[in-house]
Design a protein around this ligand. Structure first.
Ligand SMILES: [Zn+2]
Length: 100
């Protein structure tokens, strides 16, 4: 459960400024990384590094759009929604890694 105390911690300790868009990013409270940090499973530096990479991928690359296109194509091919979702995610990530 995320409470106000946790929200304060997240805002104070896991917010960061993106070097690309200069926005102050407050991570979503339900993200796996935030939960890992709140549970003491990673350090503040590790959490921020992961959150920074996630923001970069979702906002500053074509990852989300590519994932959406792949999902739609797989659904047209008759692939089950759950399978299409995870396969589209894997393929989009692979393509992103090939570029960087
Ligand atoms: Zn940014």
């Amino acid at each position: 459960m995320v409470n106000d105390y946790h929200r304060d911690i997240v805002k104070k300790e896991l917010s960061f400024r993106c070097p690309d868009c200069h926005m102050v990013i407050v991570p979503p409270f339900d993200s796996m990384t935030v939960r890992a940090y709140l549970n003491g499973m990673c350090t503040q530096e590790q959490a921020i590094e992961t959150l920074r990479r996630n923001h970069e991928r979702h906002v500053h690359t074509e990852y989300d759009e590519q994932r959406r296109r792949l999902y739609v194509r797989m659904r047209h091919e008759g692939i089950h929604p759950d399978d299409a979702r995870s396969r589209a995610k894997n393929v989009a990530r692979q393509k992103l890694e090939e570029k960087t």
